[in-house]
Design a protein around this ligand. Structure first.
Ligand code: MEV
Length: 754
């Protein structure tokens, strides 16, 4: 039996944990499936999708699965699939997560499912594995097949001589992936490294044996029942050190740059923090895998790498992802043509189709999200409510993932401008965003005059462990969710004032309440030990330990417009950025344009926009002069934007869990974590800035504003349906954009019709 409309089928990416290269000589290797998925799906004509171009791997997978199906008297008649691998990309670069294996397995799974076979059935998964492995080997003959096994079977695997066995992952060993900054070609590196054996077989074999030993040691550490986290991590660190030493030897023998400077930096930084690190896969600069005993240790490494070296932990990937599986929906694409021109009902319907959010949920938006009785419980002296429009920006792609971005804002053109800029950024691969772990600062002010302030500060520093323990004791549930106190910092403000900061990981909460409790919980210990009085105990809204950095690379051709070449526009935007950098008067307006996007998402998702505003502007002043949060420069034929923003937002607690519109907004974003929401907010801010600068640096802001303003006036005059555009166009063409003119034009239009 075959289905008339085949279901989408997806497969995960993989990370090599240990045993690369040696696996090709029969040694055991350890792999983890990673929740970055390739999805094969029937192209959706209603989304304007046409059939994808068949790459060699898609063609090979199609050919092999066709032979299997026809050889087993099954139908082979599904439409050729589109294959989505956007999540494997970061901006314009593809990460080394085994996309070709995931694509081969997803395509094979798609056709098996379309022929009526269940991809959950272990026997069919076995078929998928055999067929996808053969297809993959045809295109990449030197592969071990381990990555295809991870794509089909998922989870954590031990792979040896073609056999994959599922493994449990032990408690207390946390894994992360760090982007080491450069693309690497696995087939090319493997060819060079294997070829180098001829040069010095003994030395080559010794290096391979060291990797085999590292892999076996790692495997025993994972399996050891009573090893405990610290000895497990110790064994993993030794295994990584062995592995890295062997890679350096293979590098010297083959001339292939396996341990790049960035990889060596990651390894050194990890060693300094008792974390283990090694390249994942063929090495050569693409990804490093890091092992730690806790999320906190991993986060400390992430902070050090990002701030010290510009290297980012991929905060959005999880290991142990499920293997081949059927999906309810095709991958979400936020690129919807004509969304602007649709009516509200059609927009909601399109969002339902794309996201699977039931249409009734959108009906909840009609009432504005809360009713009067709920409002009366939120603040004091309530007399009513105030509703603002909630719109959706399209075209956003951030770290390879598409988003419909909910924006709550009263200013016309903000949503359209963000969507338009996101479309330009998409042409350069989309936004790339990295976030700090969600650390907030609790401040405790110590005041006194009977001791030297430096001495008081030293006493406070000596209390580090006790303060961290007291902070954790104030929030046992936060600690059990992986958050908790991370560090203590002490500053002398003047001879009578010392301030103590306790840094706390708030996980998915914005954290204001958590942090205030911590500040109050640690204060008595500080007073007792220092003899000084604690006056204020409160969070800092300058949340500069919770920064999101977002970048965008826009091909200059995407910036061109009537009368303007892309190169000219790019130069003018860079000049506008420089203006803001030199002049606080301009920087304030530049940042206002950024906050148009930022606040709209913060508000839509029920977060505290005053906190975000306070943090953003204090951060903009961090070197003593108020400066632009985002800057733009021309690099070759690209316009490159870069922004850092404190993003103290949450997805649990407060309005995020009580306000119905905020809940719909978070559902639209796919129920993100707080750090993921921070990435979306920062990207929307950068998009708003790009749109504003492009308009300002070319035709000026008024032209676009006026046509949108004309629509608002037409609507205000009572125009409905297509009358809105007709009246607006007329208003712009007569050059008189005024309410009374809108009313008279509407009367004229209706008179003509009748
Ligand atoms: C208007 O809301 C925002 C702008 O003034 C921002 C800017 O000048 O960059 C257009």
């Amino acid at each position: 039996m075959s289905n008339s409309f085949p279901r989408p089928v997806s497969c995960p990416a993989k990370a090599f944990l240990m045993g690369e290269y040696a696996v090709l000589r029969g040694a055991p290797a350890w792999l983890a499936a990673v929740d970055v998925r390739a999805t094969a799906y029937a192209p959706r004509a209603s989304f304007g999708e046409c059939e994808a171009v068949a790459t060699p791997i898609v063609a090979a997978a199609t050919d092999h699965v066709r032979r299997y199906l026809t050889g087993h008297a099954r139908t082979f008649e599904a439409p050729a699939p589109s294959v989505d691998t956007a999540r494997f990309h970061h901006g314009g670069r593809k990460l080394g997560l085994g996309s070709s294996a995931a694509v081969a397995a997803a395509v094979v799974g798609y056709y098996l499912r379309a022929a009526g076979l269940s991809v959950d059935d272990p026997e069919i998964r076995g078929v998928a594995l055999r067929v996808a492995t053969a297809a993959h080997r045809e295109v990449q003959p030197r592969g071990s097949g381990a990555d295809v096994a991870a794509a089909v079977l998922g989870g954590i695997l031990r792979f040896e001589a073609g056999d994959a066995v599922a493994q449990d992952w032990p408690e207390g060993l946390v894994v992360g992936l760090v982007d080491s900054g450069a693309p690497a070609s696995t087939p090319e590196l493997v060819k060079r490294v294997l070829g180098a054996r001829e040069r010095d077989p003994a030395e080559h074999d010794r290096a391979i044996s060291r990797i085999r030993a590292a892999s076996e040691r790692f495997g025993s550490a994972l399996a050891a029942p009573d090893g405990g986290p610290s000895s497990r991590l110790d064994a993993t660190r030794h295994a990584c050190a062995e592995h890295n030493a062997a890679l350096r030897t293979l590098s010297a023998l083959s001339g292939a740059p396996l341990m790049t400077p960035a990889l060596e930096t990651i390894v050194r930084a990890a060693e300094g923090l008792s974390v283990a690190a090694k390249p994942s896969g063929a090495a050569g600069g693409d990804l490093a895998v890091v092992f730690a005993d806790s999320q906190a240790s991993l986060d400390r490494l992430a902070v050090r790498l990002l701030r010290g070296h510009g290297l980012a932990l991929l905060g959005h990937v999880q290991i142990g992802a499920p293997g081949l599986r059927e999906e309810a929906l095709a991958p979400l694409s936020s690129r919807v043509r004509g969304f602007f021109a649709m009516g509200v009902a059609s927009r909601r319907q399109r969002l339902t189709e794309a996201t699977g959010i039931p249409s009734e949920r959108f009906d909840e938006l009609d009432a504005g999200g809360i009713d009067l009785s709920e409002a009366a419980h939120m603040i004091e002296n309530v007399i009513g409510g105030l509703t603002l429009p909630l719109g959706v920006a399209t075209n956003f792609r951030i770290n390879g993932r598409d988003y419909f971005v909910p924006m709550c804002v009263e200013e016309s053109s903000v949503v359209a401008a963000a969507s338009n800029a996101a479309k330009m950024v998409r042409e350069g691969g989309g936004f790339v965003a990295h976030a700090d772990p969600p650390w907030m600062i609790a401040q405790v002010q110590l005041v006194g005059d009977d001791r030297d302030a430096g001495e008081v500060a030293n006493v406070a520093r000596g209390l580090r462990s006790e303060l961290l323990a007291r902070a954790d004791a104030a929030h046992p549930r936060l600690v059990s969710r992986g958050g908790g106190a991370r560090d203590v910092e002490v500053r002398v403000l003047d001879e009578r004032n010392v301030v103590v900061h306790v840094l706390v990981d708030c996980r998915d909460a914005m954290g204001a309440n958590l942090i205030n409790t911590v500040a109050e919980a640690v204060a008595p210990t500080l007073e007792r030990a220092t003899g000084w009085r604690c006056v204020l105990r409160i969070l800092s809204n300058l949340s500069d330990r919770r920064i999101t950095r977002v970048t965008a690379r826009v091909p200059v051709t995407a910036l061109a417009g009537p009368g303007w070449s892309g190169a000219d526009v790019a130069e003018r935007i860079a000049a506008a950025s420089h203006f803001a950098d030199c002049d606080p008067y301009r920087a304030a307006t530049h940042n206002k344009g950024i906050m148009n996007g930022v606040d709209a998402v913060v508000l839509a998702t029920g977060n505290d926009w005053r906190a975000i505003e306070a943090g953003a502007h204090a951060f903009a002043c961090r070197d003593g002069q108020y400066r632009p949060l985002a800057t733009w420069s021309v690099q070759g034929d690209e316009l490159c934007g870069d922004m850092q923003l404190p993003t103290a937002v949450g997805v649990v607690g407060g309005l995020t869990t009580t306000h119905r519109s905020a809940k719909v907004a978070l559902d639209l974003l796919g129920r993100p974590s707080a750090t993921e929401l921070g990435r979306v907010i920062a990207a929307t801010g950068l998009a708003s800035n790009l749109a504003a600068l492009r308009a300002l640096a070319t035709d000026g802001i008024q032209r676009g504003h006026m046509s949108l303003h004309a629509r608002t006036l037409a609507f205000g005059a009572g125009a409905i349906g297509e009358e809105v555009d007709q009246v607006a166009e007329k208003l712009v063409s007569v050059g008189e954009i005024k309410p009374e003119r809108a009313e008279s034009l509407l009367r004229e239009l209706r008179g003509q019709k009748s």
